[in-house]
Ligand binder design. Structure first.
Ligand SMILES: [Ca+2]
Ligand SMILES: [Ca+2]
Ligand SMILES: [Ca+2]
Length: 425
């Protein structure tokens, strides 16, 4: 289920990696890796020493032990024995500036690329931290490293050989270091003058990016374990270091590859449980597509000018005199229809691209039962009528809306069994 559509105070604008290459994502406040909440094991002297270092760590001591970041585990071909440091891209989630780069080791097992910190250009309270990245040569390998902290940490001087600290959302920062490793990780620190706390990148993700996870079967709300849930179900000492399925969400890679288009009946519902038949010049082309929860697969190429639904009970038509009047009003320019609107496409019954008297007559004929109108248009996101299925189309699956010809005021309705709410998919 998609999160309720709400205005985010701040949002990321780009995925941090290519979702087609990812098998699993760990949950915020999971038991993966090690405690990553606040510096509960630091003594007071050390805490005092790090307090003045910007974006050192979260200091919200109300958090129970958990991993307040997300680990991304690539597909099996790209991790562990098959892992390398040059296959899984890491992208900048938002516009910003590199504020720190440190060289990492992985759980004390030796060098493991860089941690890069990017502070937002829009709101500098937000800093993304991306771990284990083999950075592109554009960026410094060390920048603004922490000061030496007694025996705990030794400062490294800045790398002066770099081209830029300026980052745009979607910039390729480098590739995740996955040689003999299973995952890489991402954290977001929210830091104002009084407090700093870790946030889930999924709580900052706008709807269009969440939909890409949704398309892979990921319910993004399940990627965040709330503080209340974690307090009620604390992680034991033995939680760390072993794989636990409950800590991860698995992306479904097969399903998404099979979805070529999504069919909606209105802005909040997908068509469901039926078959679309494709027509050209009033004749059935013989091509049809099954629709399940909006998703269709396109396996054949066809040119068409209208579609019909195989199941007559899916839709209750409501073509009345008011629809004819809407067409006449458009013709005499009393109330013109925007040519990219569903109403216009509904009014253009013969799909010749114009709304004319012949369309009004078609509606009247339907009303007096001389000639039934039972065709629909498929309208793309730009408000254009779709006229072709292309099985070789690449890129994201387009979303098309079904519009009933003749029903200019869009008063017809789909039966409950044949639609599904967008947020339930
Ligand atoms: Ca039409
Ligand atoms: Ca027409
Ligand atoms: Ca109507």
């Amino acid at each position: 289920m998609l999160r309720e559509i709400t205005e985010l105070d701040f949002s990321i604008t780009n995925h941090i990696t290519d979702l087609d290459l990812i098998d699993q994502v760990s949950k915020f406040r999971s038991g993966v890796g090690h405690d990553f909440s606040w510096l509960r094991d630091f003594d007071d002297d050390t805490l005092a020493a790090v307090a003045s270092i910007p974006n050192f760590f979260a200091n919200d001591t109300s958090e129970p032990p958990s991993s307040m970041k997300h680990y991304f585990m690539p597909l099996a071909d790209y991790r562990g024995d098959q892992g390398d440091g040059s296959s899984i891209p890491v992208y900048a989630p938002f516009d910003g500036t590199i504020t720190r780069v440190t060289q990492e080791d992985r759980d004390g097992e030796g060098p493991s690329a860089a941690k890069i910190e990017i502070t937002s250009a829009v709101d500098d309270r937000y800093t993304a931290m991306l771990f284990h990245v083999n950075l592109d040569a554009l960026y410094p390998s060390v920048y603004n490293d922490y000061p030496t902290l007694g025996e705990i940490y030794t400062h490294t001087e800045d790398d002066s050989d770099y081209s830029t600290l300026s980052i745009s959302a979607g910039d390729l920062l480098g590739f995740a270091e996955l040689t003999s490793a299973n995952d890489f990780d991402v954290a977001i620190l929210f830091s104002d003058t009084t407090a700093s706390t870790w946030m889930s990148v999924f709580d900052l993700m706008p709807e269009d990016l969440l939909q890409d996870y949704d398309a892979k079967g990921i319910d993004s709300t399940q990627l965040v374990i709330s503080k209340e849930e974690r307090l009620a179900d604390p992680l034991g000492e033995d939680a760390w270091g072993t794989y636990s399925a409950g800590d991860w969400s698995v992306l479904s890679q097969e399903d998404s590859n099979n979805v070529d288009a999504m069919i909606m009946t209105d802005s909040t519902h997908y068509l469901n449980n039926t078959v679309i038949n494709y027509y050209k010049d009033d004749a059935d082309t013989g091509v049809s597509t099954v629709v399940e929860a909006g998703a269709v697969q396109i396996t054949e190429s066809v040119t068409f000018d209208a579609v019909k639904l195989s199941d007559n009970s899916a839709y209750t038509s409501d073509i009345k005199i008011g629809d004819a009047i809407d067409i006449l009003r458009h013709i005499v320019a009393i109330k013109t229809l925007d040519p990219t609107s569903s109403q216009f496409h509904a009014a253009d019954i013969d799909n010749d691209g114009e709304v004319k008297i012949g369309d009004a007559i078609d509606v009247l004929r339907h009303i007096v039962d001389i000639k039934k109108i039972d065709t629909f248009d498929l309208i793309d996101a730009q408000g254009e009528r779709v006229t072709q299925l292309d099985p070789d189309a690449t890129g994201d699956a387009p979303t098309w809306t079904l519009v009933a010809n003749g029903d200019v005021d869009l008063s017809g309705s789909f039966a409950e069994d044949f639609v599904v709410a967008v947020d339930l998919v």
